[in-house]
Design a protein around this ligand. Sequence first.
Ligand SMILES: [Fe+2]
Length: 405
Amino acid sequence: MLVKIGVKDLQAGMYVVDTGLSWLEHPYLFNQEGEVRSQGMARDILAAGYTEVFIDDERGDFARTRGGSGGMPQESLAEMLARGPAVRSLPAVPLAEELAVAKAVYEDCLHIAHDLLREVEAGGRVDIDASQHMVDDVISSAVRNADALLALCKLRRHDAYTFSHGVNVSVLAVAFGTSLGLGAVGLRELGLAGLFHDLGKTGIPDAILNKPGRLSAREFEQVKAHPRLGRELLDGQGLAESVLRGVAEHHEKWGGNGYPQGLAGEAVHPWGRIIGVADVFDALTSRRVYKEGVLPTRALGVLYSMRERDYPPGLVERFIKFMGPYPVGSFVRLTGGEHAFVRGSNPARPLFPELLVAFDAAMRPTPWRVVPAVSDVKGPSAIVQALDPAEYGIDPLQYLGEAGR
Ligand SMILES: [Fe+2]
């Protein structure tokens, strides 16, 4: 499994993993995949200014000689998912019904986020009213059936990251917030903080944002200022202090290793912590010009490896339980060889969601068959692997919207 460690603890033989997290947002993260050949190489990485790294404790010489996890027993994601109570209740409205509404809400969100960014780039003010209406629509949809908007975030088009990322983080934070039992005021604050969280990036020169390779120390300082710049852009417009703190503290970390203030533990505002988790999840799963998105199962593995180091105890676990390893819209292969879409989450048993079987083992279309989300017995319909539907030229939304009508 993946483990996030300090570069000072990196040893020869450990296997470094490229998580796909952007160096721009995670300037201290060493991301070059492969085995660390010598202790000198580990020292060079530290000397270059990196402080953190993800390793795979089941790969590399170090794992072979130490038996993985440095001999320490670690709870796997699957074990964690099987433990404890469910974190969300069954949706009030069926997915196919809410998808029709959520598509219009999501399109509106993209327009509002697009206009917001353009306005701020042109030196104008943030349209708070439009943003609040947007967030209220997101909250209403998430309360009816969170899976609809979450599926749209996951399957959105790939050419509009800068403003779709704000929308997605807003949706993820609101939907997750409903599972944390937050009321309308808290959800609204979270939704706004999510939408605005990277607004401060408009103050970073394009030459830095688009620079290939490593930034200079001075350029890093400019990138690290974006949460503070975002807060300054929003100040004095009647927004609650907690919205501003959610924006200003979305890169702060539980262990104090974040930026720009280096806050630690409870000093990081709860909205900052939640936006931070949603930000990393969306950044990982997004398809970008320069990288493929990673599948949600792997993104959740990366987040899991950051628990308690970057986020408070229990928060990442709750998020993973909320999303489930196979979020609605996932395309999966079953033990019997058939291929299916995940059509409904299963809060009680996240590993066994409701499925819509649509292809046989050779990817030939078959008559649709629904596998209800009740079984916890490994049978012909258990999931063995999550797949990228884009690789097969398939749009899950088409199937999820039509089936069940
Ligand atoms: Fe950011």
